[in-house]
Design a protein around this ligand. Structure first.
Ligand code: UD1
Length: 336
């Protein structure tokens, strides 16, 4: 089965390509490389011993995207491509709406033209906005706190309307919690362009000596140690969720929405301690003021994905830290 992966050179995309190839799928990647490097795809092929096709194409470039569809008999699309910096989206919202929403619309239109209706969408726990109750089930109220998350919610809404109008579509919306870790080979991993916003890449850069200390955003939250609690999920577990979603779509089951999380939360200080164990060194940190827009506690109720997809997050926080450290120590400055 031929799968088109948009944003396949990125962090989640590249790990999902490994899983797809290892599960016997043929993979075609389109990526404009604005926030990723082609080297990740070379390494995906090295890890799997299998080849994939790559096109440096922007989703906003309808003609070139159309050409890719005309060359391959694609059967399903896994859609990762999009800007993902929450902070940047607050200062440049139009950039986010244009790229993420318009890019998706063009992709869906081209799919429709070629009569392809199987679609897996990379959404985010950000669509739950200001979390009131944990664990968060899929039916929790939706609402967003920033333009980045709004693009995810807008695309979800577009997909729901599309399915109501045209039931030929098979759509899986996957709401990711906090993806961390790397492939256990240490060959591919998260390679942020600038100063990392997310916790684990920042911790990893402190461990490797690129930054002096971790800034812990607040220790006065109503949590046992006062720091924020999140549902960190190993990137390979997350990648495996996409295979399960594709298998579900092959059985033609309409529009489905799943949380991909472990169902358990860890605090910032617990993550730092686990990372210290993995890299066998002290990680200096300083307590700072809270970061605006951060929730105190967020973790998934993953029961629906467990039961309906037979998908379970298997890897532990320890695995996440060991694999992140292997990637970071083997690639101190990311991809060459
Ligand atoms: C963030 C994004 C979310 C996105 C997700 C992708 C925000 C508000 N949300 O989620 O939209 O889908 O990443 O993984 O940016 N922390 C520190 N120091 C740091 C970095 C983080 O103490 O240098 C803390 C945060 O306050 C939070 C936890 O670590 O309690 C996790 O933060 P982060 O990795 O940025 O993820 P989220 O904020 O949950």
């Amino acid at each position: 089965m031929k799968i088109l992966v948009t944003g396949g050179a990125g962090y989640i995309g590249s790990h999902t390509c490994v899983e797809l190839l290892q599960n016997g799928y043929e993979v075609i990647v389109v990526d404009n490389l604005c926030n990723s490097k082609e080297e990740s795809l070379r390494r995906v092929q090295e890890i799997t011993g299998k080849s994939l096709s790559f096109y440096k194409v922007d989703l906003l470039d309808r003609d070139h995207l159309d050409e890719v569809f005309s060359k391959h008999s694609i059967q399903a699309v896994v859609h990762f491509a999009g800007f993902k910096s929450m902070g940047e989206s607050v200062s440049i919202p139009l950039k986010y709406f244009h790229n993420n929403v318009s890019g998706t619309l063009i992709l869906l239109e081209v799919m429709k033209k070629y009569n392809i209706h199987n679609f897996v969408f990379s959404s985010s726990a950000g669509v739950y906005g200001d979390v009131k109750i944990v664990p968060i089930p899929e039916k929790a109220p939706l609402g967003v706190l920033n333009p980045y998350s709004r693009t995810k919610l807008m695309i979800e809404d577009i997909l729901r309307d599309l399915y109501i109008a045209e039931q030929a579509w098979n759509i899986a919306i996957l709401r990711y919690f906090n993806p961390v870790g790397a492939h256990p080979s240490g060959k591919i991993g998260e390679d942020p362009n600038d100063i990392p916003n997310n916790l684990t890449p920042y911790v990893a850069q402190v461990a490797i000596g690129r930054r002096p200390f971790v800034r812990v955003w607040g220790n006065d939250y109503p949590t046992p140690d006062g720091t924020g609690i999140r549902d960190y999920i190993h990137i390979m577990d997350l990648a495996a969720g996409h295979i399960k979603a594709l298998e579900k779509l092959e059985r033609n089951l309409g529009l489905v929405t799943y949380n991909l999380g472990t169902g358990r939360g860890y605090s910032v200080l617990e993550v730092i301690t686990a990372f210290e164990k993995a890299c066998q060194q002290k990680i200096p940190y300083k307590i700072m003021d809270r970061r605006p827009g951060d929730a105190a506690i967020s973790y998934a109720d993953p029961t629906k994905a467990n039961l309906e997809l037979n998908w379970y997050a298997k890897r532990t926080l320890e695995d996440m830290c060991i694999d992140t450290w292997l990637w970071q120590s083997q690639n101190p400055c990311g991809y060459p």
